[in-house]
Design a protein around this ligand. Structure first.
Ligand SMILES: [Zn+2]
Ligand SMILES: [Zn+2]
Length: 1550
């Protein structure tokens, strides 16, 4: 196979699975010379690649393989060799890697280079991940089905050129046309790690080429590329006509490229012709009845032409030559883009297809009448193909087609040009020049096609393929003629002599009869072309119907065997008809689902629990234990193996029985910690594993916070994976409120609607230290066993943030952007997410809602509450943020104005005000009022803790306003169901809307009614102009309320005029359409509240609350993102002037790397900064980050600073480089630098490597003094290098900077000042000495720009397997003294909405010592509410954090028992339930043995966070997921010695 693009090698992909089950992807691209290694995290499935040479970047594939396998072949369990990566996704506990193992070069060498490969063999590599994520059976089945999708032979790609746009593409590979990219979702994982080229851009359809010649010699090449649009994917009976994305089923763009092959170095002339095919762009379908011969065609009776205009608009944009910036020869004077529809349907009277023909015509009339497409002219040619063949025969039918096509084809024309190998003569090109980074030369286009012909039949299959062939054939002969390839038969004898006379007539074959054509044309190229169309037709037919094309013998009409083919085809057609019928009936919906999943669509339905952005395991790879822990084994690994995956079955044993075991984990990268994953590990006795754990987290050792206390770890079988969700830190004050309120809340009030009390913990993306304190069970006195410990979290895409580019930056710009055009309309079209009804606010609220917004990028503090709210406040008053504001070039004018506007009332006061208004009439709050109040609270940005505090201040128990308890119990279920349906419909709508925008300008829907249209308190009907009066204004306020807009609408149901307040939200229309069974997914029109059921309105309200809660959390996470960025690069980074470090490499010597660079390097202890200084972490930030003028300064008071730097990994350090601040040094602030190295945190263990005095240096190097001269950009910055005598292997570096505060006149030079490599050799003049200054000399402080630790990383030698000594083995094998046996339960029943299990214990039973709980089978669905903005929060590219991880739904189980003679119910214990795979046995011991005849097990916590797999169980009729049901899931046990029970022991074991 010829290598494409002139590369020296073909792309090679090796997927290596090690014995440990770890998987590596080793990729050597044809377009590069090196090899990348991508590691698949075995727990989370996330891809890991850090661009570290010698670690995951290598010179050759062999070098990489050698590194992975440690040089031994036996280390790998399996190896797959492949030729391209097509995609990778993590689906819960399974990861799927799709690779092409065999390719066919379909078009080996395009003009200008590039090879198009068709995938001839592909393979899904399934990787089972080691996490306990619970997935439903339906999901597991769907994942399996996804891997059964047919890839081979039907998909193609080009590694080096963009082929998603018409040839030659004006775009580089990075900017494909989304409409034709089929693996956009599948390839996202590679884009996220910055290796987007490592996954090819996959197209569906056909690509093929033929060479042909007129006289036995090769004259030309013809290529046919047929790209299938992905905007309306699906099979025949499901995807027909238009969908909500304004695209039609079976929509294909075809491209016929003809060129003359030339020797390399010569220009390549070519021309190209494009056409389209697809089903009719109106809303129609076909109903299949098994009895009828043909399917019944119907056209949607509501709005059947909705979106038709958008469809043509997309075509018009793509085929408008003017858009391409060149005056085309083909462009007509009017400048219109012609779209010519060739409709091949039966049009006879009584034919079922004729209804479509009528509507097709009507739809075009409709579009013309609306004037929506001013620049486009649409023609319709009706040409009844079947009837014509029947009446006139094939030959006349073809002639007739040519007659119709002649004028449009000539007027639309073709694109022509040549490829030139060098850009030397680019100026000479007359026409459009096309070049991009992917090609070396350029294309010069002299003519461009303007407009397009579009073919259709009913399915756009057989007739379409045939007719488009005969149309394209005419163009083909013309294409050849223009390239000087003569197909004239009568000229064949002497074609050189007569070339210029006769043959110059263009498009002459249009005027020929069929016989003339056949007689005068050399037929072999014609047959070659027919061959391409035959294959393409079969592929499209198979993709759409699951069977080959029919009636295709007509394509062979020019070949000798045409007659034979005809006979054969009768039988063939019969067989295909039957096959299609079967497929349509049985397989279509299955294939539809496959396609949607492949494209990443409707995942919230097909794979509801699947995480878009998996968590990362931060405790692996570069992380380590700060303090060694002693093990009974004689291995000196100090416990590091606990963090290492290589020994998943490791049993670590403590030296002796211990009260606690404490692990100080330093994470490999900063993150927000979300989960602790434990692998339960013990010998025969499971009681040696600890029973509870405390978790502390922090940015460094000085800032640790207790985030989880006494979390239960159940006894589980060896090897069980247990996830303990970790909440964010919560302030003591909030915690106190929570505890109090939970005491007040009677236990009978579960939150079925939403989590009323949920606390929002702090989010910190810079968490680096995790301390785990394990407590053994009190009963044990033996050594403690531990298994692998993993910390999972969310990392920010630092590389992109620092480079200000890539998908990660989206999150940042999203933070900064005013959600200018958000979904569904008004809520977010104002800059304010709460803006829905701003203008109509009663006076009391004046500007607060506007001010609760925080402009995150400019760092503005608009949260103007004067009372302090320590935890949930996202105020950017945080001093850590202000630090970076000093170098702001221009001060934000808004900042001042905002402060001027400070409202007189705080949010809490407003909230209380609302409460008082609502309770003014009636002293009690009803359900709807309580919901309204909660909405108000969320709009005011009050956290639950703040709410509770506000309420208690006026003596109100928050439980009183909890909507969860105020709702009628019988109503809960239907309301929740409606809200969940609404969420799905809203998400579907958004997904379609997003997809529909591909290739089009975004729609600007000007609509005042948003998705929910929830009125604020005090808002009422506007009065006279409204005929509905749904919302009466009962409440009197200080000001009269009027509707914000005077405009009224027309209710689409009752046809009454209705004001904005009395309209139901748009979501109501979705719900109504859904119950109508329509596939229609639009929100046109309005519906009034009186025409809606109350449950619909309540569902909108409930959904809105969920949305607001999610928004609140989102803002918190975004604020945390912003804060984290500010801590590294400064607040103004995105917009400010970047620091240009110039030639970084010059600072490093050969083979050296920067070892302490953020995000890998960090500090062990907090560092103080002066106010206005750049953040301390900026010292370690990558060189090309941060602002030009900013640098770090210690507080003026400190004369000594110690930086303890943790390196990215164990390294041989050869020195430290200090970049001088822009202000330069002076004698008073030039520090003394002392450096130590060590591996552990104890100061005593460190060893000094040197001490340097910069003051002595600056006397000899005056260029270090004084402010940086401007205009020196691009050169490398001023720096000082401290070289170590010998490289030192270490993980920690201590750097102590000291200045002498007392101005001393003499500088002492010690003997150990060995100095300093100096590359810069500038002449020193006395004049420059005088300019010493920068920071004022009167107040010197320690400062620096950057610190680089340089040296070579060392491959960590962790994970060596070892054997326990025999004595230890024996100890492990020893079983427990006592075994667990089942306590007999007489009866059990569910009470309180199934959340409580009551067990009656037989009086003769022994005392129970604990209970066994089998893991729940409910899943955590990703979709919990409708989307609140245009940004698809479930979309891969926009998401950085998932709420499911930041605010995890946690369940607890409370055990109580009937006790004593008074038969009182006494609480025994409460256990936080970790997440395990469904059905896993977990044993929880009671604090003491229980003697009670009745036990109660109550499930508490966020039950709304769980759901059942929709494909598994149906509707249970209960608000709690069936998978959480406690029935048969709990068994009591007692402990006994096996011999005491005799032969019964084996029967009642548990
Ligand atoms: Zn009204
Ligand atoms: Zn109405």
């Amino acid at each position: 196979m010829e290598s494409s693009a002139g590369g020296l090698r073909n792309t090679s992909v090796v997927v290596v699975t090690l014995e440990t089950s770890e998987v590596y992807i080793v990729v050597s691209l044809s377009s590069r010379t090196d090899t990348q290694v991508i590691y698949i995290d075995p727990t989370s499935g996330s891809l890991q690649h850090d661009r570290k040479r010698g670690y995951d970047v290598f010179n050759t594939q062999d070098e990489a393989l050698n590194y992975i396998t440690d040089g031994s072949k036996s280390a790998s369990k399996s190896t797959v060799y492949a030729k391209a990566i097509l995609g990778y996704i993590v689906l819960g506990s399974v990861a799927l890697l799709l690779v092409a193992t065999n390719l066919a070069a379909s078009i080996p060498y395009l003009p200008g280079g590039g090879c198009i490969y068709t995938i001839s063999e592909s393979k899904w590599i399934k990787i089972l991940l080691q996490n306990p994520l619970q997935q439903g059976k339906g999901e597991v089945k769907n994942i399996q089905e996804l891997t059964e999708l047919e890839i081979d032979g039907k998909h193609f790609f080009c590694e080096t050129r963009d082929i998603t746009h018409p040839f030659p593409s004006r775009f580089s590979l990075q900017n494909p046309d989304d409409e034709f990219v089929w693996n956009g979702w599948l390839s996202f994982a590679f884009r996220r790690i910055g290796l987007e080229h490592h996954c090819v851009i996959l197209l569906q359809g056909f690509a093929g080429y033929r060479t042909f010649g007129s006289l036995g010699q090769q004259d030309g090449n013809v290529a046919l590329i047929a790209r299938r649009s992905r905007l309306h994917p699906g099979t025949r009976y499901i995807a027909r006509g238009l969908n909500s994305c304004y695209s039609t089923g079976n929509e294909i763009e075809c491209e016929q490229l003809v060129w003359v092959p030339k020797r390399s170095g010569q220009n390549v002339p070519f021309n190209m012709y494009l056409w389209r095919r697809g089903t009719i762009p109106i809303w129609w379908g076909a109903e299949l009845k098994m009895t009828a011969a043909e399917a019944t065609i119907y056209v949607s009776n509501r709005n059947p032409y909705k979106g038709s205009a958008r469809y043509y608009q997309r075509l018009s944009k793509r085929y408008n030559a003017r858009n391409l910036g060149v005056a085309s020869a083909n462009q007509n004077k009017s400048g219109l883009v012609p779209i010519v529809c060739v409709n091949l349907l039966r049009n006879g009277e009584g034919k079922s297809e004729s209804i479509l023909v009528q509507h097709f015509e009507e739809s075009l009339n409709y579009i013309r009448s609306t004037g929506q497409l001013p620049g486009t002219r649409i023609h319709l040619i009706n040409y009844d193909w079947h009837t014509s063949i029947k009446m006139k025969g094939e030959q006349q039918t073809i002639e007739g087609l040519w007659y119709h096509l002649k004028a449009p084809t000539i007027s639309i024309g073709i694109s022509e040009g040549d490829y030139q190998h060098s850009r030397q003569h680019i100026e000479d090109c007359e026409g459009e020049q096309i070049y991009n980074d992917d090609i070396t030369g350029f294309f010069c286009l002299q003519a461009l096609q303007n407009g397009v012909i579009r073919y259709n039949c009913a399915d756009s299959l057989d007739r379409t393929n045939a007719a488009s062939y005969f149309g394209a054939l005419q163009v083909f002969t013309e294409q050849c003629r223009r390239l000087g390839i003569f197909l004239d038969n009568d000229l064949a004898s002497d074609h050189n002599t007569r070339r210029n006379s006769y043959s110059d007539k263009s498009w002459k074959r249009f005027d020929m009869t069929f016989e003339e054509f056949k007689r005068t044309t050399i037929l072999s190229p014609v047959c070659e072309l027919a061959d391409l169309f035959l294959i393409a037709g079969d592929i499209h037919a198979t993709l759409y119907t699951g069977s080959k094309a029919m009636h295709s013998h007509i394509l062979s009409i020019f070949s000798e065997e045409a007659a034979k083919a005809k006979q054969f085809s009768v039988a063939q057609n019969m067989k295909i008809t039957l096959q299609r019928r079967y497929n349509n009936a049985v397989v279509d919906s299955y294939r539809q689902k496959q396609l949607e999943m492949f494209l990443g669509l409707r995942l919230f339905k097909h794979l509801p629990s699947v995480t878009v952005q998996p968590l990362h395991v931060l405790s692996r790879r570069f992380s380590f234990l700060l303090k060694p822990i002693a093990s009974i084994d004689q291995t000196p690994d100090d416990g590091d193996s606990l963090l290492c995956f290589k020994q998943k079955d490791l049993i670590w044993i403590s030296e002796q029985a211990a009260d606690i075991i404490q692990l100080f984990i330093y994470l490999g990268e900063p993150c927000h910690v979300c989960q602790l994953l434990l692998t339960i590990s013990h010998g025969a006795d499971d009681s040696t594993y600890p029973s509870t754990v405390d978790v502390r987290t922090g940015r460094d050792l000085d800032a640790l916070k207790l985030v989880l206390e006494g979390a239960s770890i159940p006894r589980c079988p060896n090897g069980t994976n247990v996830v303990i969700p970790i909440p964010g830190a919560v302030s003591d004050e909030d915690m106190g409120l929570k505890t109090r309120s939970s005491l007040h809340t009677p236990p009978t009030n579960p939150s079925f609607l939403y989590d009323f009390e949920g606390l929002e913990g702090e989010v910190d993306f810079l968490t680096r230290v995790v301390v785990l304190t394990f407590y053994p069970a009190e009963s044990t006195s033996s050594p403690v066993t531990l298994g692998e410990v993993e910390v999972l979290g969310i990392t920010l895409p630092w590389r992109n943030i620092i480079a200000s580019e890539g998908p990660g930056l989206k999150s940042l710009t999203h933070v900064s952007k005013d959600n200018a055009n958000s979904f569904p309309s008004k809520t977010s079209s104002s800059s304010n997410v709460f803006g829905t009804t701003n203008d109509v606010l009663p006076h009391v609220k004046c500007d607060t809602s506007r001010n609760t917004q925080v402009d995150l990028l400019s760092g503005e503090d608009i949260v103007s509450r004067s009372d302090s709210q320590p935890m949930t406040e996202i105020s950017l008053r945080d001093p850590s943020l202000d630090m970076c504001l000093d170098h702001k070039e221009e001060n934000d004018p808004q900042r001042i104005s905002v402060q001027d506007k400070t409202p007189t009332k705080t949010a809490a006061q407003h909230y209380i005000n609302c409460f008082e208004i609502l309770t003014a009439v009636d002293n009690k709050l009803g359900f709807s009022e309580a919901m309204k109040l909660e909405i108000e609270r969320l709009r005011l940005n009050l956290s639950t803790a703040e709410r509770d505090k506000a309420l208690s201040s006026i003596g109100i128990d928050p439980a009183m306003i909890n909507p969860n308890t105020l709702i009628q119990e019988s109503y809960i279920n239907s309301l929740c169901k409606a809200a969940n349906t609404l969420a799905i419909l809203g998400q579907t709508y958004l997904e379609d809307r997003t997809t529909g925008c591909i290739g089009l300008d975004a729609l600007d829907d000007n609509n005042d009614i948003d998705f929910w249209n929830i009125n604020r308190i005090g808002e009422g009907c506007c009065g006279e102009s409204c005929q509905v009066h749904a919302e009466h204004l009962i409440l009197t306020l200080t000001s009269t309320s009027t509707s914000s807009s005077e405009s009224t609408y027309l209710c689409s149901t009752c046809r009454r005029r209705v004001c904005q307040v009395c309209c139901a939200g748009k979501g109501a229309i979705l719900l109504r359409n859904n119950t109508g069974g329509s596939s229609y997914n639009d929100i046109d029109g309005v519906i009034c509240k009186l025409c809606c059921q109350d449950s619909v309105l309540d569902a909108l309200t409930l959904d809105y609350i969920r949305v607001l809660i999610s928004q609140l959390r989102n803002r918190q996470a975004e604020a945390a993102t912003f804060k984290a960025c500010a801590q590294v690069v400064g607040t103004n980074y995105i917009s400010g002037k970047k620091f240009e470090a110039g030639k970084i490499l010059e600072l490093l010597h050969n083979e050296e790397e920067s070892l302490a660079e953020f995000p890998f390097g960090s500090y062990l202890h907090s560092i103080e900064s002066a106010s206005g200084s750049a953040p301390p972490l900026s010292l370690l930030a990558p060189l090309n980050s941060g602002l030009q003028q900013s640098y770090w300064r210690a507080p003026a008071s400190s004369s000594c600073v110690e930086l303890v730097i943790v390196l990215g990994n164990l390294s041989d350090v050869s020195g430290v480089v200090l970049l001088v601040s822009p202000c330069g040094y002076s004698m008073s602030d030039a520090p003394t630098v002392q450096i130590w190295t060590s591996n552990r945190i104890h100061k005593e263990e460190r060893s000094c490597v040197g001490k340097w005095d910069i003051r002595s240096l600056i006397t000899s190097s005056p260029e270090l003094c004084g402010p940086e001269k401007s205009g020196k950009e691009g050169q490398y910055p001023r720096h000082i290098r401290f070289d170590f005598r010998n490289p030192v292997r270490c993980r920690l570096i201590w750097i102590k900077l000291t200045i002498q505060k007392v101005v001393s006149s003499s500088v002492s030079f010690g003997k150990d000042f060995n100095l300093l490599s100096f590359d810069e050799d500038l002449p020193s003049g006395p004049g420059r000495r005088a300019s010493i200054g920068g920071t004022s000399e009167s107040d010197p402080c320690i400062h620096a720009k950057r610190i680089l630790v340089v040296g070579c990383p060392v491959k960590a030698d962790t994970g060596r397997s070892f054997e326990h000594a025999n004595s230890i083995k024996n100890w492990l094998e020893k079983g427990p003294l006592l075994n667990r046996y089942k306590v007999q339960v007489d009866s059990e029943k569910l009470i309180d909405n199934d959340l409580v299990l009551e067990q009656n214990i037989s009086p003769s039973s022994p005392f129970s010592a604990g209970f066994r709980l089998d893991g729940f089978t409910a899943i955590k669905p990703q979709l919990t509410h409708s989307p609140y903005s245009d940004v698809n929060s479930l979309g891969t590219s926009s998401i950085v954090f998932e709420h499911r991880f930041i605010s995890p739904a946690v369940l607890h189980i409370q055990v109580s028992a009937l006790q004593g003679s008074s038969e009182e119910t006494v609480m025994v214990a409460e256990y936080r339930i970790p997440e395990v795979k469904g059905g896993t046995a977990m044993y929880f011991d009671f604090p003491k043995v229980m003697n009670s005849k009745k036990m109660f097990f109550r499930l508490v916590g966020d039950v709304t966070g769980f759901a059942d797999d929709p494909e598994e169980g149906g509707d249970t009729g209960r608000p709690v997921a069936a998978g959480l049901c406690l029935l048969n899931r709990i068994k009591l046990y007692y402990y006994a010695h096996p011999t005491d029970l005799g032969r019964w022991a084996s029967l009642s074991g548990i």
